[in-house]
Design a protein around this ligand. Structure first.
Ligand code: A2P
Length: 315
């Protein structure tokens, strides 16, 4: 497996298993199958509401000597209702209890958006804390504290623009090491990629296959399909690979981490096997031409008249 080496020498595996939308009743078997197939990186989040079941999968794997804890890279995310500095430690403690772990390899701020602590969802403007009430740097101080006591080995962010990341970077004592964002050939985010490379921040791409299993409410009528894209399919046929493998391999060639989600055993294996696919310069050039700045997960659902979050992406 290709890895990226972090400042302290830890190795961050380039392909991980995504667990957003992985249903309870399916996710335990999926995680066990992934680990048995060779995955060493599992991406989780409290808000996916499946961490307890993923914790059972980890325990099964450790008890049956399928893998050792230190061989796995496990990420989780701080939900929007725990942005107050003193709420960060209880939030990671809950996640650790659910996942049955003593530490995370990586803990990241899920969105640059704060909800009131009692709100899991925030449909109305009054469900949010303002940026004055919950400044991102204060949330970050909470993240630095949990890193300094060893609850997370690395800390980072998700869904941060260059502007937000740069502001945080300039104020942070422990610098963010990762930014997890939506990333695929329709949303290549070149400037963000270059910024992160300069600052030694590893970019992780979510929704690499277009997240076709999102709820209908999250979908637009005329969404373009990545898996059915003609160019992607042409490249796949040329290499005797699947479209998903081309989409995953594109990240590996570019030098970022990628976390395709699947709960299907053969697709779980197929996605990891993308690591062996060698795209050539011509393939990469044609894939580059597909960029159209298209988001499948549009964080502008957090924009409510009167709250602080009118410019999620600073674009
Ligand atoms: P499934 O879990 O049944 O395999 P994303 O990672 O962009 O969120 O996309 C996840 C979606 O893509 C899920 O619907 C998942 O279905 C599907 N998927 C995962 N791997 C593949 C694959 N190799 N080929 C086709 N679809 C896939």
């Amino acid at each position: 497996m290709k890895h990226y080496t972090l400042k302290n020498g830890d190795q961050f595996p380039a392909i991980g298993l995504g667990t957003w939308k992985s249903r309870p009743g399916e996710v335990k078997e999926a995680v066990i199958h992934a680990i048995k197939s060779g995955y060493r990186h599992i991406d989780c989040a409290a808000i996916y509401m499946n961490e307890k079941e993923i914790g059972e999968a980890f325990r099964y794997c450790f008890e049956n000597n399928i893998v050792k804890r230190e061989e796995l890279w496990i990420t989780s995310k701080l939900w929007n209702n725990a942005h107050l500095r003193d709420d960060v430690r209880p939030a990671i403690k809950n996640t650790l209890a659910d996942l049955q772990l003593d530490y995370l390899d990586l803990y990241i701020i899920h969105w640059p958006v704060a909800f009131k602590p009692e709100k899991l969802n925030a449909p109305n403007a009054e469900d949010y804390l303002s940026l004055e009430e919950a400044p991102i740097i204060e949330t970050w101080r909470g993240m630095e504290e949990i890193q300094s006591v060893g609850l997370a080995k690395h800390i980072g962010v998700s869904n941060f623009s260059i502007k937000k990341l740069d502001d945080l970077y300039s104020k942070a004592t422990y610098k963010p090491e990762v930014n997890q964002v939506e990333l695929h050939p329709y949303l290549q985010q070149k400037e963000l990629f270059d910024y992160c490379s300069q600052k030694n921040i590893i970019l992780t791409g979510y929704s690499p296959l277009g997240s076709g299993d999102r709820s209908e409410g999250m979908k637009k009528d005329d969404e373009p399909s990545l898996l059915e894209n003609k160019t992607i399919n042409k490249v796949a046929n040329k290499h005797n690979a699947s479209p998903a493998q081309v989409l995953i391999s594109w990240h590996v060639h570019r030098g970022n981490v990628v976390i395709p989600k699947s709960t299907n055993p053969s697709r779980i294996e197929q996605n990891l096997a993308s690591i062996a696919l060698q795209l050539d310069d011509e393939d990469l050039k044609t894939i580059e031409s597909l960029d159209r700045h298209y988001r499948y997960v549009d964080g502008r659902f957090f924009v409510k008249e009167g709250n602080s979050y009118s410019n999620i992406y600073d674009e």
